[in-house]
Structures are given as C-alpha cells and as structure tokens.
Ligand binder design. Structure first.
Ligand SMILES: CC(=O)SCCNC(=O)CCNC(=O)[C@H](O)C(C)(C)COP(=O)(O)OP(=O)(O)OC[C@H]1O[C@@H](n2cnc3c(N)ncnc32)[C@H](O)[C@@H]1OP(=O)(O)O
Ligand SMILES: CC(C)C(=O)C(=O)O
Length: 569
C-alpha cells in the first residue's frame, strides 16, 4: 500500500508491509557489553579483492601493485590479493606477488574462490610456490539465497561447502605446500545461527585445524541487516558454540549497508572475534566494507596499539585515490580534508585554549577539545585546524595570526579585530584564507593606506630644568605633509601622546599596552599593540619597528588614525 502525504506527493510505502524487523538473538547472558577492545585483532586487507570487485574499472597490475606495496608498508600480515580463478588479471597478479612481489616471510597472501572444482584447481595453480598462502573458500548459506539463488535445502548447501573443503584439503596435501584455510558461510547475517553453525562445523571437521594451522572461520556481514548489537550477539553465540574453538580464528568481514559497519565490528570484537577483514577507508561493495583505518585509529585513541601503521595518512589517501579511482569525502573519519578543521567560533576558541594549555603542560597526553586525535600522529599538520568564515570567532582569528604569523593579539584586540573580519566574511560569504587575515590586520592597524597621520621619527632628551621629565620631539606626516611636534612626559610614549593630543586638539590616553618581537616577514622587528582611550571610544593601534620605542609611537599614531576615521564616520 502506498501512503500519500497531505501535499499530494507520493510518499514512501508503509514500512511494516514492505519490511520486517530483524529477529533478536536469544542470548540473555551475553557478555560483550561489558568488554572493551584492549588488543588489536589480526588484520586482513581485502582492498585488492572485495574492494576491487566494487570498482567501476577494476584495478590493473599497476594500481594493484601500488596498493599492495602500501598494505605491506602499513604492516598487514594477511592480504587478500584477488580472485585468481575469476580473471587473467587476478591470476597474473597472484603470480607476480609470488614471483616478484617481495612478500616478507611473515605475510600470507590470501585468495578467494567459490566452492567450484574448476575454480579451485585454477586457484592452486595461481598460488604455486607461495609462502603459507590462505585459500579462502565460500558459499552462500542464507535462507534467501538457499531459496532463490541455489534452490537447495540446508543439506544441499552444506554439501557444497563440504565438497569444496575436501577438495581443497586434498589438493593442499598433494601440493605439499604449507597452506592455510579460510571458510566463509557467505551471507552469514541472513543465515539462521544454527544453520551457520552446522555448516561451519562440517567444514571444521574436514579441515581438522590444529594449533599450528588454525582455520579462519569468517562470519561476514555480507549485507548489514540489523543494529550492531545483533551482529555482536551472533558472534558471541558462534564463539561459544563452534567446535574446536581453540583451533579456529573467528574472523569478521563487515559491510556497511546501514552505515554502522565500524560500530558493528567493534562490538563483534568485544564479543570475541579474533580477526577483521576490511579495506582502507571502507571501499567495497555498495556502501563499502568496514574501514580498517578508522577501526585502527579508534583503537589508537583508546591507548591501544593498533598494529597498523597509519602515520602517513596522506600517502594512504593518495594510493587509495590512485588505485581505486575514487575520491575520499572531506568529512571521512581521520582522513577527510576537513576532519581536523574548525570553522565555528566556540570550537576555535576551545581549540586555541586547548593547544595553549597543552604547550604549557608539556605532557605527552593529548587533550584538546574537539580533536580526538593529534593530527600529527597521522602525518597531518596543524595548519588547517582553524579556518575562518562567517561562523568564526575571535579565538580562531587569533589562533591563525599567532600560529601562522607569530602575532600574539591581546584579548581586547582580538574582540575588536574580529569585527573587521566579520564585515569581510559577511560581505563575501566565503572562507578567508590566513594570508588575507594577516594582510587585513596589517592594513587596518599597521599600514593604514590613506590614513591622515603617519609616524616618521622621534628623539628624546631630558628636560634640564626638570629632571625626570622627557622631552619628545617627533616628526609625523599629516595628509602627506611633514610636521614637527613636541611634548613632555615621564617617558617617550607619555611625551609623544601629550604632543599628539595637543596637535590634534583632543585627548588620548593609554589604556593598555603590550609588545613582542615579530617572527614573520621582518628581521628583529617588534610589534606594539596600544589600546587607547580616545574621543571615539577605546581603540587599538599597532606599530611595527626595529626600535621598540618607535613601534610604540607608531601604535599611538595608528590608534589616533582609527579614532579620526571613526569620528569622521
Ligand atoms: C560477497 C562476495 O563478495 S562474494 C565474491 C564475489 N566476487 C565475485 O564474484 C567476483 C569474481 N567473480 C567472477 O568473475 C565470476 O563470478 C566467476 C568467474 C567467479 C564465475 O563466473 P560464471 O560462472 O560465469 O558466472 P556466475 O558468477 O554468474 O556463476 C554463478 C553460478 O555459480 C554458483 N555459485 C555462486 N557462488 C558460488 C559459490 N560460492 N560456490 C559454489 N557455487 C557458487 C551460482 O549458484 C551460479 O550457479 P548456476 O550457474 O548453476 O546458476
Ligand atoms: C566472500 C565473503 C567473505 C564476502 O566478501 C562477503 O560476504 O562480503
């Protein structure tokens, strides 16, 4: 039945008529909810097989080889390199890996094959001479596939698995090599647990795994059909009930149809699984395989060694994009261009303060608000942490000026300058790059193109008649004309302010003052920030000079210019 909305548009069909809820698992004494992941699983990359079979243009040799090298460099010890009986490309790649791939002794090549004799034979040919390769065989066991794809009952489906297991075991013995075995009751999540158990146990009996050669029993979430807790229950149930558990490695192979592949994998690891098959950044059929990088880095941020080297995530991204001919979205966990970036004011403020506190604490532990991982740990820089648009606040602007240009703005100046930036971002409606923020700061406070006054030079001497009083004589420009002004005070700033106040005919006083050396674009110059009470209200000026007194006086002139401009409206 089709529902119709009040607008007359055709709505979605009635959910309960078209779909049904996934049944709950009867496991009242489940233990996984109170477990945590404290060691890394055995990782197996399936980029070159499950990832590859989902691509518009499957990988040729070069794209495969480049991905393969990355996977080795990241420390994968098990790599599913393809489906050699399916295509000449995959067959040739398997041969290349065996003969020329430089596979370290502790790495097993894994290949996938259906339970079909001619394909199994070809698979053994592809692996001749390989070191401890894993033959991964599978057949679909779900109720739906039994009914509509294979037209067989459980016994018939079990027979497919058993026949293949026998053939593979015999061929391995005949070949005399040191083979390892993996069996997947494919579409496990659509299979009744008792059926998956019966078929898996039948395979285990034939393979007869030992402590030295355990069977990998891969329980795939071929299609993610339910909430992650259900997958965890299924895995805990299988771990408890499977025969010969001590000689069986329970492996996960989650897909991401509901967008919860990572959560499902994590809960299933808590439920007792030993191994995970997945792909870099989650490429794979439909919505992908589980993202092993996110899994590994999730572990890392919990203080667990993930046993996968993700320290050069930019290289990983580049290889992913080259080999898969796909782009990684900006928000993808840990790797997306924007995942370490805050645009919004309060986040920027917190990050700014967090980074400062971290520097001061000088401890190894990472704790910065809004950043669950130190970008440096995956080879990203701090450069893009804070970016400025109309959602940004003073903290973010101050962060950029400090980190990129070494300008340490006092708090009130941050507030004042934010208004200048806000005008621009509201007008333009787009992001403002750091250089424009810096140039804007220099223009508003230091260069002041077209401003009425300019500081040129000054000299001071003690008033012989009044010891302790300094006489300041300064040269300024007023609308381009050179003027000499003179004033007296306790020091150069005081004397200069008195001179300028008299010259302009209004009072200027210092409310606050700070200075530091410039680290950017100027050798040994200092910058002075001067907050002044003026008839137009409290305003900042800034001055840059190699002489600190001159920088201060330039800052006074800058504030006076801003007061004059404000008074003019
Ligand atoms: C969930 C997964 O990712 S599983 C992996 C899937 N990956 C791939 O399929 C990629 C590579 N595959 C291929 O290139 C091809 O499918 C090949 C070369 C393996 C086989 O090709 P073909 O035999 O021409 O065709 P096709 O795949 O359609 O064959 C399906 C037949 O195999 C049977 N079959 C499918 N899977 C299996 C299996 N695991 N074990 C035994 N038989 C199987 C089907 O029931 C069907 O039988 P039917 O011909 O009697 O109806
Ligand atoms: C072959 C199996 C493990 C598979 O790829 C899947 O179920 O997704």
């Amino acid at each position: 039945m089709t529902a119709h909305s009040s607008s007359g548009q055709k709505g979605m069909p009635t959910a309960s008529q078209k779909y049904h809820a996934y049944p709950l698992i009867d496991l009242a004494d489940r233990t996984w909810p109170s477990k945590r992941i404290d060691t890394a699983p055995i990782w197996c990359s399936v980029d070159l097989r499950d990832g590859n079979q989902s691509l518009i243009n499957p990988m040729g040799h070069d794209r495969k080889a480049r991905m393969f090298q990355l996977l080795l460099d990241m420390g994968f010890k098990e790599i599913e390199i393809g489906f050699p009986s399916a295509s000449q490309t995959d067959f040739d790649f398997a041969r290349w890996c065996v003969e020329e791939g430089g596979v370290p002794d502790d790495v097993s090549l894994q290949v996938l094959v259906q339970c079909r004799p001619e394909l199994i034979t070809r698979t053994f040919e592809a692996l001749e001479g390989a070191n401890r390769p894993i033959i991964h065989f599978y057949n679909s066991t779900s109720e739906l596939q039994r009914r509509v794809v294979f037209d067989k009952d459980v016994a018939g489906i079990k027979q497919i698995a058993v026949d293949a297991a026998k053939m593979i075991k015999e061929m391995a013995e005949k070949a005399g090599g040191d083979f390892r075995f993996e069996y997947s009751p494919e579409s496990f999540t659509g299979t009744e647990l008792e059926v998956a158990l019966e078929i898996s146990n039948a395979v285990i009996e034939i393979i007869a795994p030992t402590p030295d050669n355990k069977l990998i029993l891969n329980l795939p979430s071929t299609v993610e059909m339910a909430t992650p807790n259900i997958y965890a229950d299924q895995i805990e149930w299988m771990c408890r009930n499977i025969d010969n558990r001590e000689n069986v490695l329970i492996s996960l192979h989650p897909h991401n149809d509901r967008g919860t592949g990572i959560a499902a994998t994590e809960l299933a690891l808590m439920a007792g699984a030993d191994r995970v098959e997945g792909t870099l950044f989650g490429n794979g059929e439909r919505t992908g395989n589980v993202d092993v990088v996110a899994l590994a880095l999730n572990m890392f941020t919990q203080g667990v060694d993930p046993k996968l080297d993700c320290s050069d995530i930019e290289r990983m991204k580049a290889v992913f994009e080259y080999s898969n001919e796909m782009k990684i979205p900006e928000r993808h966990p840990y790797v997306g261009e924007l995942v370490y970036t805050a645009f919004s004011g309060s986040h920027q403020d917190a990050i700014n303060k967090g980074m400062k506190a971290l520097r001061q604490a000088n401890k190894p532990e990472w704790e910065v608000p809004y950043l669950p991982i130190d970008p440096n740990d995956v080879g990203r820089t701090y450069e893009a942490i804070i970016r400025i648009n109309s959602q940004s606040g003073k903290g973010g602007i101050a962060y950029i000026l400090k980190e990129d240009y070494g300008l340490d703005l006092p708090r009130n100046l941050q507030v004042e300058f934010r208004e200048e930036i806000q005008k621009i971002t509201d007008d333009e409606g787009v992001e403002l790059p750091p250089q424009r923020i810096y140039e804007s700061f220099m223009e508003v406070y230091v260069n002041q193109t077209g401003a009425r006054l300019g500081y040129v030079d000054h000299h001071t001497h003690t008033d012989p008649a009044s010891p302790g009083v300094r006489v300041v004589s300064a040269e300024i420009t007023d609308n381009g004309e050179t003027k000499r002004i003179e004033g007296r005070g306790t020091g150069p700033i005081d004397g200069f302010i008195n001179a300028l106040s008299t010259y302009l005919g209004f009072s200027l006083t210092v409310a606050n003052y700070s200075e530091h050396s410039m680290q950017h674009g100027s050798n040994a110059a200092a910058i002075c920030y001067m907050e002044m009470e003026t008839p137009a209200g409290k305003l900042f000026g800034a001055g840059v000079n190699t002489n600190i007194s001159a920088a201060s006086l330039a800052a006074v002139v800058s504030a006076a210019n801003r007061a004059l401009a404000k008074a003019k409206g």
